[in-house]
Design a protein around this ligand. Structure first.
Ligand code: ASP
Length: 444
């Protein structure tokens, strides 16, 4: 499944945006919390990206991604849900199909392991839209959606946190068939009154999707999102006032909602992604078919200043495309038996480092020599492919690319992982460090 794409500025054929809740400033988090949040976002976004690249539909992808986040105790949904005043969990979730506007939601669940799965069942297996409380958990049992004992959820006790815990999860997707879907799942607000239901299971407030406009998921003080029909308002502004998706979200974030209330992720039918928050932080991430892949714990100016944020995003996406093209060219050169051409994107410097099998080779000339010794002819070179590329922006002019390389050969196929660090020089991107996983046959 090669994920190399070289599309430039045209609309992406698929796109995904996720959030893991709006709230406190990640600068105040300890390292452990920062790491598990980041890892959780990356894991969910990677799964969503791979599903979409393989042609999965929007609804399945939303359900899959939210389920992963529900199972991750770092987020306030499913396993990691916050507790009510009485120390219990009450879970809410919803899902919506942009193609048909079918939707399903659940509220105040106490025993269902993955509320998003049950919301989907409400949508497909009942004439209703929203099931709540005991009846909803009973419906889960009927549908064989797994139930769990209460102690499964009490994981928040491990993270003794004093802040009102945010960490609701949401996802909006455009699939390669042109369909939109959105979903949201939460444990609600910390120390809520038993029976309190927020915006997450309210279609039009916390979740909305319609193919003619956009897919939306919100996070924040749910009461405000219900009062202002926030998710629906994004679509309505696009539909009736001809606003762009950025204008619609920005107006709501800056004019409708009070500052400090929450965040919105939204995705238009032509693949434009918007992430904004008016809280100090919002865990979020975006990926699309052009190679874009990014996660954040907070956005510069809450993602709201189009000049700076869009430029950053566009720069990152242009960088992904340039580097994808460069790697595609390397694959072509290799497969034509031309090691000199293959080496061109490497930094022609004594400072180039190539690490493999526990050894570090320094300098361009030595690295080239090592390759030529190892692969003296086209037969030993075989057919190269790169797969599952993951781009991580390290700054304006630096990028890390993770991936898998495979060498198909008659006698001994090889494969391994690689990590590349690239730097942008005036004449373009160069690989300044290459680490490949240890295999017996790599160049030294
Ligand atoms: N919106 C959620 C609720 O009010 C909470 C959150 O997003 O943090 O239930």
């Amino acid at each position: 499944m090669p994920l190399l794409t070289s599309s430039g500025n045209e609309n992406p054929s698929w796109a995904i945006v996720i959030h893991g809740g709006a709230g406190s400033d990640p600068k105040n988090w300890n390292e452990a919390k920062t790491k598990i949040r980041e890892a959780g976002l990356q894991r969910a976004l990677t799964a969503g990206r791979d599903a979409l690249a393989n042609g999965r539909n929007a609804l399945d992808t939303v359900e899959l991604v939210i389920r992963i986040l529900e199972d991750d105790a770092a987020f306030n949904a499913g396993r990691g849900a916050v507790l009510t005043k009485e120390g219990k969990v009450e879970l809410d979730a919803s899902i919506m199909d942009g193609k048909t506007r079918a939707c399903g939601a659940v509220a105040s669940l106490t025993a269902t392991k993955n509320p998003i799965n049950l919301a989907r069942r409400v949508m497909t297996q009942t004439p209703h839209v929203l099931l709540a409380g005991h009846g909803a958990d009973q419906f889960a049992e009927q549908q064989k959606v797994p139930l769990v004992a209460p102690d499964y959820f009490l994981s928040k006790a491990r993270f003794a946190e004093n802040e009102p815990h945010f960490g609701t999860v949401g996802c909006a997707v455009l699939d390669s068939h042109g369909n939109l879907a959105a979903g949201t799942s939460t444990g609600g607000t910390s120390k809520k009154l038993p029976g309190r239901v927020g915006d997450s299971p309210i279609v039009g407030a916390g979740t909305y999707a319609a193919n003619d406009t956009c897919a939306v998921s919100g996070t924040g003080v749910g009461e405000e999102y219900i009062r202002n029909s926030v998710a629906y308002d994004v679509a309505a502004r696009m539909r009736y006032a001809n606003q762009s998706i950025e204008e619609a979200v920005t107006t709501i974030m800056q004019q409708t909602l009070q500052s400090g209330v929450g965040g919105i992720i939204a995705l238009s039918s032509d693949g434009k992604i918007v992430m904004q928050h008016n809280t100090p932080g919002m865990s979020c991430g975006a990926a699309d078919s052009s190679g874009r892949f990014e996660t954040h714990l907070a956005l510069k100016d809450g993602g709201s200043s189009p000049n700076t944020e869009n430029t950053d995003t566009e720069t990152a996406s242009a960088a992904n495309t340039e580097i994808s093209d460069l790697l595609l060219q390397q694959v072509k050169d290799w497969n034509q038996g031309d090691i000199d051409a293959f080496m061109k994107p490497y930094w022609n410097s004594e400072q180039l480092t190539f690490s493999s099998g526990g050894k570090v080779t320094r300098g361009y000339a030595k690295t080239l020599k090592g390759y030529k010794q190892r692969y003296p002819d086209a037969k030993t070179m075989g057919t190269l492919s790169f797969e599952q590329l993951e781009f991580q922006t390290l700054g304006k002019d630096a990028m890390q690319v993770l991936g898998i390389w495979k060498l198909a050969r008659d006698n001994q196929p090889l494969e391994g992982r690689f990590t590349l660090v690239l730097r942008r020089f005036p004449d373009g991107w160069k690989i300044i460090h290459d680490h490949t996983s240890k295999t017996p046959d790599e160049p030294e």
